[in-house]
Design a binder for this molecule. Structure first.
Ligand SMILES: CC(C)(COP(=O)(O)OP(=O)(O)OC[C@H]1O[C@@H](n2cnc3c(N)ncnc32)[C@H](O)[C@@H]1O)[C@@H](O)C(=O)NCCC(=O)NCCS
Ligand SMILES: Nc1ncnc2c1ncn2[C@@H]1O[C@H](COP(=O)(O)OP(=O)(O)OP(=O)(O)O)[C@@H](O)[C@H]1O
Length: 316
């Protein structure tokens, strides 16, 4: 693992306080304040508690305050071993299909939607886990979807806003003849040099953040109330995590990740493993999950069944 990421994880064990290795810029906080550090986090959490309208169902996924507080209390009372077991929370069931709690085998928690509130869902997972596939399924089910990878690729296409600063910082060798980012060259460079990766992220992530916010506003103006953000580095980014009401992790084994990405892109195993190593470890991602979509050893139909069940809990 990248030593910087290891250090960041070591100092930031508390949920929401991870020091971001590659902090994506956030969609601005809903209470519009400009504070930093712990006070800013408190303000964001206050704002989340206010999401619930009078009389709203406290089980709604947009209602976080009491749920998170209670969960924390329950965990404090538990011995350390039990706390670790609770780290991976169950897949919540939908109205019809009740998915089993994979840990206990019992019924999973249920969350009912409330009309009139906005639910922001962060969808994440390692490379090749199936995020884009799940995002497309959620879009088909009516979610407004925001794809950080797609925005990132648009900023680095010919004429994209990231091209001039990349050319200036990394040199014209990283730009193709038609004016786009030379992705193969940059991939080799940044996964061999973590500092270069951070420099590239420092150029691209603010642009992704600004475009994400523009898309959020457009979705809200169009009356969309369930917004899904596909953000590969969501767990690595404390700031993105503060912007979402729920974290959904698409999970599979590294062996499956390597196989899928090799088949899709033609990269060799070592290249894929270098990308995996630059991302948050699987266990850390699972720990951050409110909902886990298990996407290993199953076909697209079984994946869709999980997604449909989860989508119902988000009001779709
Ligand atoms: C290094 C680049 C040129 C390689 O391009 P490539 O076409 O191979 O990958 P693409 O952008 O389609 O991303 C594919 C997957 O790689 C992984 N990935 C991308 N960027 C990063 C990163 N900075 N750190 C770790 N993993 C990453 C994600 O799982 C992503 O889903 C490209 O990934 C890039 O510009 N990365 C920096 C921007 C970034 O951080 N994007 C992530 C979301 S904003
Ligand atoms: N359950 C599944 N059954 C069959 N194929 C799958 C399944 N899940 C994902 N795939 C395939 O695996 C590949 C990777 O999936 P996808 O692109 O959705 O992953 P991703 O997490 O978005 O990847 P990346 O991080 O590279 O953007 C795709 O070709 C997709 O069709």
């Amino acid at each position: 693992m990248d030593p910087d990421l290891a250090a960041a994880i070591a100092v930031g064990r508390h949920r929401g306080l991870y020091v971001a290795l590659a902090d994506l810029p956030p969609v601005p906080s809903r209470d519009g304040q400009g504070r930093h550090g712990p006070r800013r986090l408190q303000a964001v959490r206050r704002a989340r508690r206010l999401v619930r309208p009078a009389g709203a169902d406290p089980d709604h996924p947009g209602v976080l305050g009491h749920r998170r507080r209670d969960r924390h209390r329950a965990q404090v009372r538990q011995p350390a071993a039990r706390r670790r077991l609770r780290a991976v929370r169950p897949v919540p069931s939908g109205r019809g299909l009740r998915l089993p709690d994979r840990r206990t085998g019992g019924p999973a928690a249920r969350h009912r939607p409330v009309a009139g509130t906005t639910v922001r869902i962060g969808l994440t997972g390692g490379i090749g886990s199936g995020k884009s596939t799940v995002l497309a399924m959620l879009r088909d089910l009516g979610a407004a979807t925001i794809d950080a990878d797609a925005i990132s690729r648009a900023t680095t296409a010919s004429g994209g806003a990231a091209i001039p600063p990349i050319a200036k910082h990394f040199g014209a060798d990283f730009i193709t003849a038609d004016g786009a980012l030379d992705r193969d060259r940059m991939r080799v460079h940044v996964y061999a040099h973590p500092a270069a990766r951070r420099e590239l992220e420092a150029i691209i992530h603010p642009l992704v953040g600004a475009e994400s916010e523009r898309q959020v506003q457009a979705a809200l103006a169009a009356g969309r109330r369930t917004i899904v953000f596909d953000v590969p580095l969501l767990v690595e980014s404390g700031r993105w995590r503060q912007q979402v009401d729920r974290v959904v992790v698409v999970d599979c084994s590294p062996v499956t990740q390597v196989a899928r990405v090799r088949e899709r892109s033609g990269l060799d195993a070592a290249q894929v493993e270098a990308i995996i190593a630059a991302q948050a470890p699987r266990g850390l991602r699972l720990q951050a999950a409110d909902v886990v979509i298990h996407n290993d050893g199953i076909g697209l139909d079984a994946l869709r069944a999980q997604v449909e069940s989860i989508a119902r809990t988000f009001g779709l």
